[in-house]
Design a protein around this ligand. Structure first.
Ligand SMILES: [Zn+2]
Length: 305
């Protein structure tokens, strides 16, 4: 599997976007599970942003690793040995803080395949995903005691590999992993933060994750086109203004994007005190544009495509 992953990542693929061999979604084989439905607040009673994709009863891919993700990964009975890739939307704490917990936890697993972490390249404010991992696990990193997972000369059961997603071109890139998984990504606007959205095509089903964003780049609708599930982050209410709307989408923006992308199911997540308890009005504002089914995510919820 490792060879396939590396080969897949080395290919900067040139094929028609989102066309899988079998484009009929095999709904019985795929599950989206929410590991973290909250944001960075301490008092929301939720794990921070994290999602798990299952195929045929095996945990295959992770999107974001906010704090609490490692606990809910265990609660979900997932095994790190089965994970083909970790995708990060951006490196804010509420999306990445549990990466060290997963790397340390791997010591107690039977994992032998290298673990690939894909995330945005750096910008003026944020390190690249490769720098982030190196600053955590490199020889001079904060967790240098785990540097055997990164440094080639040290022995370990597997290595961490990273892939930085370019932000300059606002176009979709594709990364096939093995035979049954295609990861696709596009840059999104999250204020001054380097950020991307992710799409996972698996068993003919497509699940897209907005990450944190406002819609200034208008890129998500391209990535999410015809997705079976679109997970969107609702960190602010319709009445938000200023910095909050520079960073995040309002419910009416969420509805417009979901409608343009023609997604079959919308899952609203990254729920915060600013939006919790406002589900009824959030639904109404979203439904002004989007007419499909809308769900509000809670930790450990499972959704079929
Ligand atoms: Zn966030």
């Amino acid at each position: 599997m490792l060879k396939n992953i590396i080969k897949g990542l080395a290919l900067s693929l040139v094929f028609s976007p989102f066309v899988m061999a079998n484009s009929v979604c095999n709904q019985d084989r795929v599950t989206l599970q929410v590991l973290g439905s909250g944001g960075p607040e301490l008092d929301d009673g939720r794990a921070s942003s994290s999602y798990l994709i299952w195929l045929d009863g095996k945990a295959r891919a992770l999107v974001d690793l906010g704090s609490g993700a490692n606990v809910n990964f265990g609660q979900a009975n997932a095994r790190l040995e089965d994970i083909s890739a970790i995708m990060l939307t951006h490196l804010h704490v509420d999306h990445s803080a549990d990466l060290p917990a997963f790397v340390k936890g791997a010591f107690f697993s039977d994992r032998e395949d290298d673990l690939t972490i894909l995330g945005p390249e750096g910008n003026a404010l944020m390190p690249s995903t490769t720098q982030f991992v190196s600053r955590l696990f490199g020889n001079k990193g904060a967790y240098a005691y785990l540097s055997n997972y990164l440094e080639p000369e040290q022995r370990s059961a597997f290595k961490l590999k990273t892939k930085d997603i370019a932000l300059g071109l606002k176009a979709v890139s594709h990364f096939p992993v093995g035979k049954d998984l295609i990861l696709s990504t596009i840059p999104v606007h999250h204020g001054p933060i380097a950020a991307v959205a992710w799409r996972v095509d698996i068993a003919g089903c497509a699940i897209t994750f907005s990450g944190d964003m406002n819609n200034q780049y208008q890129t998500l609708e391209t990535l999410a086109l015809n997705s079976d599930i679109l997970v969107m982050h609702n960190a602010v209410p319709e009445t938000a203004s200023g910095v909050a709307t520079h960073l995040h989408m309002t419910p009416s923006q969420i509805g417009r994007i979901a409608q343009k992308a023609k997604v079959k199911k919308l899952v609203i997540s990254h729920r915060m005190n600013r939006t919790l308890g406002k589900e009824k009005v959030t639904t109404q504002q979203t439904e002004q544009s989007y007419k499909g089914p809308i769900f509000f995510a809670n930790d450990l919820d499972k959704f079929r495509p």
